[in-house]
Design a protein around this ligand. Structure first.
Ligand code: SF4
Ligand code: SF4
Ligand code: SF4
Length: 295
């Protein structure tokens, strides 16, 4: 009985650890054992933060932001700056045109196409180093300058980046994927450009404006995210008093309240599972869960 209660209480934390471990084992088979430890470590940190939230739900955002800073910061310093692996989108196409596989392609496949079946776009709220920067700049939103994602703009931006990446990869004298010095110029240039550009978008359109409007990674993972096992779930819709605090807190401008009133889980493809809507609801209506509770 005690074991059943324990499993029930920490179900999501344990499944998180299990999923990351399995992904680590699969990637290790193609690469080397360091990848197992990388994914196992991220799973352990994510699982621990989810277990702590079970005990201290009032500190939900503190634990999530700590995880984001820890994982995103470690990836930025350890993998990007020290090893020189650029995770930015365009790098994937440098790699493909040179027939090499680096962390950029692995990150795209694992974080944007496989893990979203389990936890949607949670990479954005828990691991992206650009996300750290955008999360903490201009957290106030101005609804008058409301800017929601336009799929046309987002896909147009993605196509331009793909064309640029393949064009440089195939036709430039040096493919950055094959030359460490050129790769480092791209690494710093792209990160400065995205963070700087994102910062100005944020000043105009509020927190995470780049994520909300343009980011190509989110464009890709949004194809899978609606099928995610974990979603924001109304667990007590009848308690909702239509205060709209959840909508006001959402950095992606999702109409969470409408889903609550329709007794539906949040299937919006751009939900980043930041749980700000959960934290903002003082009626305990929302939760991250694997399914709707029985009536
Ligand atoms: S939307 Fe893009 S920039 Fe924003 S957190 Fe997600 S991956 Fe990072
Ligand atoms: S914050 Fe809670 S009570 Fe308020 S509208 Fe959202 S779900 Fe309903
Ligand atoms: S719906 Fe909730 S979890 Fe999803 S992005 Fe909005 S605030 Fe974050």
């Amino acid at each position: 009985m005690a074991i059943k209660q324990f499993l029930n209480k920490y179900k999501i934390a344990l499944i998180t650890l299990g999923v990351f471990s399995m992904v680590g084992i699969v990637v290790m088979l193609f690469r080397d054992i360091r990848y197992f430890f990388l994914f196992f470590g991220i799973g352990l940190l994510d699982g621990t933060s989810r277990a702590l939230i079970v005990h201290y739900p009032g500190l939900r955002q503190f634990f999530r932001l700590s995880l984001l800073v820890l994982v995103g910061g470690s990836l930025f310093v350890g993998i990007c700056l020290l090893i020189g692996v650029n995770f930015q989108f365009i790098e994937v196409f440098f790699d493909l045109s040179a027939w090499v596989v680096t962390g950029a392609l692995i990150q795209l496949i694992v974080a944007r196409l496989i893990l979203p079946f389990f936890a949607g776009n949670a990479f954005c709220s828990r691991a992206c180093w650009n996300g750290i920067f955008f999360e903490f700049t201009n957290p106030k939103k101005n609804k008058k300058q409301y800017k929601k994602r336009s799929p046309l703009l987002a896909w147009g931006y993605l196509i331009v980046l793909v064309a640029l990446g393949l064009g440089i990869g195939f036709f430039a004298p040096i493919n950055p994927a094959l030359d460490q010095e050129t790769r480092m110029y791209w690494l710093f240039g792209e990160n400065i450009l995205i963070m700087g550009g994102g910062f100005f978008l944020t000043l105009s359109w509020g927190s995470r404006a780049y994520c909300r409007t343009l980011c190509p990674f989110l464009t890709i993972s949004s194809l899978v995210a609606p099928y995610s096992l974990l979603k924001i779930t109304p667990v007590a819709s009848s308690n909702c008093n239509s205060c709209q605090a959840c909508n006001a807190a959402c950095p992606m401008y999702i109409d969470v309240m409408q889903d609550v009133q329709d007794r539906k889980r949040v299937r919006d493809p751009y939900c980043i599972l930041c749980e700000r809507c959960v934290s903002s609801c003082n009626k305990d209506v929302l939760k991250v869960a694997m399914k709707l509770p029985k009536e």
